[in-house]
Ligand binder design. Structure first.
Ligand code: DC
Length: 207
């Protein structure tokens, strides 16, 4: 069974994907980490984030398991990842590894922006997770504060709005719900309620 979870930054898709993977005993791939790792590798090599050749080389050199999540989850890296993710060449370099991950025997859970539309259009269950920008900014501020990062709510909200626009307006594989995805608005939902609802969606699709 392949479960595809898509949605904007800080919508809660990662938490839901992790919990669904644990529930069904499936491997989970947070595809945002791939773009974050490409951006981190450019930054470490002191290259421009718009350098397509360097970004493609970094994407080709990535494995799917060697992420230093702690450093990749930082605030700046989300913005940098969104810049490299807009390059069609970078996306093309990462497609096969994501599809291979999804098509392993038994299936997998993947979360990102284009899982239901481009990476796994054949997924058994697709959920498009949303929440208001304000709610997402509050969640991100709490998460960053928990990690000891400076978290100014107004600045985080502005970053989220800008990143939504870049991720949704790019020409290649923009953030959008697949026609057969179930939309889940978590603005007023607890994590538990959102998980219960996503389980219901997956179970309905399995039947
Ligand atoms: O989900 P995230 O915040 O970790 O993703 C970081 C950036 O990577 C996001 O702003 C856009 C890009 N991304 C993408 O273009 N496609 C994906 N499947 C996952 C992430």
């Amino acid at each position: 069974m392949i479960i595809a979870i898509d949605g904007p930054a800080a919508s809660g898709k990662g938490t839901l994907a992790r919990r669904l993977a644990a529930h069904y005993g499936l491997p989970h791939l947070d595809t945002g980490l791939l773009y974050r790792a490409v951006a981190a590798s450019l930054i470490a090599a002191d290259r421009d984030l718009h350098d397509v050749d360097a970004a493609v080389a970094a994407a080709r050199g990535l494995g799917l398991t060697e992420f230093d999540e702690e450093s990749l989850r930082g605030r700046q890296m989300g913005e940098a990842a969104s810049i490299v993710a807009a390059m069609p060449e970078v996306r093309a370099a990462l497609i096969e590894a994501q599809r291979n991950f999804a098509r392993r025997p038994g299936g997998a859970v993947l979360d990102g922006r284009d899982i239901g539309t481009v990476i796994c259009p054949e997924a058994d269950a697709k959920i498009f997770v949303t929440a208001s920008a304000e709610t997402r900014a509050q969640r991100r501020a709490l998460e960053l504060a928990g990690r000891g990062e400076k978290a100014d709510y107004a600045a985080i909200l502005a970053e989220i709005v800008k990143r939504d626009a870049r991720d949704s307006e790019r020409a290649d594989a923009p953030l959008k719900a697949a026609p057969d995805a179930v939309r889940l608005d978590t603005t007023k939902m607890s994590v538990e309620a959102a998980f219960a609802e996503s389980l219901r969606v997956v179970e309905a699709r399995r039947r």
